[in-house]
Design a protein around this ligand. Structure first.
Ligand SMILES: Cc1cc2nc3c(=O)[nH]c(=O)nc-3n(C[C@H](O)[C@H](O)[C@H](O)COP(=O)(O)OP(=O)(O)OC[C@H]3O[C@@H](n4cnc5c(N)ncnc54)[C@H](O)[C@@H]3O)c2cc1C
Length: 342
């Protein structure tokens, strides 16, 4: 009989679970219900009380590792915490969020307790056995994986499940706390250096993905480039709409060619085969041709719209739901004007 452990961790506050952790709780809860299997939730936090109370009504057995050492994301302490939780729970299936914090420790944890691991899981199904779904070859092939080896660790991609949201309970952390023997800690996080210059433009939780293509920096019908105006229009729209900013490869690559470029874009914004595959309910592509290596990164965008001057662009050939054959400078200026009024 299977038993399920969901590993979770707190956010920067040290006490509230991350949204991604709450998504993993939903996945674990659904799987446990389908299999009729016991559910356990393991928490890694500086203060586990609030986190435990938030998931108490999910109906699990709770386990927690807490203390100052677990306030920071650090391989040695996170590995020790997750290993202790796994050994205490003795679960056959371990579900965890594939964020930067857990992604770097979970293979080591699985190895130490003699388990196996699969990453980038987007769905967990079950008929006779547990079936984990993930995409291969830059989201072109979807595979369903089953394994007989246990414990089986499944690292869940973000944005694939609704975050668990139940009425808060009143958890007694002293009763669920697990002691952890920490190895020598040589790493201390002294601060964060953000990769973005200026405003943060990558917002995974945004409803809308706004993609800027190389057209924003190309000569326009008046024979001139208007990069400064492009920057203002894009940033104005991001501010007013709260959208996340993506880019085509051609546009971010221009930074390395010494050409005019939008200073707030980095390769982290790049969407596509050699970039990211973000998840958003809607996407709006502007000044981008919609070539396959770019559009493959739109796999998980619910509704796709594009603004392009080219009536023959890739978007018009069945890759977008709606295409506006129009000048994106004019359209976005109008959109920003309407947003300012609303
Ligand atoms: C192995 C490989 C991997 C790749 N990986 C990626 C990847 O991960 N991501 C990615 O994006 N690309 C990737 N590419 C590159 C991809 O094939 C395209 O070259 C790239 O996406 C083109 O970017 P673009 O559409 O912004 O630029 P362009 O092809 O230059 O298109 C610009 C568009 O802007 C339009 N335009 C210009 N002015 C306006 C205006 N005022 N209003 C509206 N429209 C306007 C033009 O009509 C044109 O359609 C990859 C290529 C290869 C070979």
């Amino acid at each position: 009989m299977e038993s399920i452990l969901v590993l979770t961790h707190a956010d920067e506050s040290g006490s509230a679970l991350t949204r991604h952790s709450l998504e993993a709780v939903t996945a674990g809860k659904e799987l446990a219900a389908r299999l009729g299997a016991p559910l356990m939730i393991g928490i890694v936090a500086k203060h586990a009380n609030h986190a435990a109370s938030a998931v108490l009504n999910a109906g699990p057995r709770l386990l927690a590792v807490q203390g100052e050492a677990f306030a920071q994301a650090r391989f040695a302490s996170d590995r020790a915490a997750c290993e202790a939780l796994c050994r205490a729970a003795q679960a056959t299936i371990v579900v965890a969020p594939q964020g930067s914090r857990f992604a770097r420790v979970m293979a080591a944890v699985a190895h130490r307790i003699g388990g196996v691991i699969d990453t980038h899981i987007t769905a967990i199904g079950s008929t006779d056995s547990v079936e984990a779904t993930r995409w291969f070859y830059r989201q072109r092939i979807e595979a369903v994986i089953t394994r007989t080896a246990r414990p089986w660790f499944l690292l869940l991609d973000s944005g694939t499940h609704e975050p668990y949201c139940g009425e808060e309970g009143n958890a007694q952390v002293d009763e669920i706390a697990i002691a952890v023997e920490l190895p020598a800690l040589r790493t201390e996080v002294t601060g964060f250096r953000a990769p973005q210059q200026g405003a943060q433009t990558i917002r995974p939780d945004a409803k809308l993905l706004f993609v800027a293509g190389a057209g924003w920096t190309k000569k326009q019908p008046d024979g001139e480039v208007h990069v400064e105006e492009a920057g203002k229009l894009i940033l104005g729209f991001l501010r007013a709409s709260g959208a996340s900013l993506g880019s085509s490869k051609s546009l971010v690559d221009q930074g390395g060619e010494g050409a005019s470029v939008l200073p707030f874009l980095t390769h982290l914004n790049q969407v596509g085969q050699t970039g990211a595959t973000p998840r958003h309910a809607k996407g709006l592509s502007t000044c981008c041709h919609g070539e396959e290596p770019h559009v493959v990164g739109w796999r998980f965008i619910g509704e796709r719209r594009a603004i392009s001057l080219d009536a023959n662009c890739g978007w018009t050939r069945g890759k977008a739901d709606v295409v506006y054959i129009a000048d994106a400078f004019q359209v976005m200026a109008k959109v920003n004007e309407l947003l300012a009024k609303s």
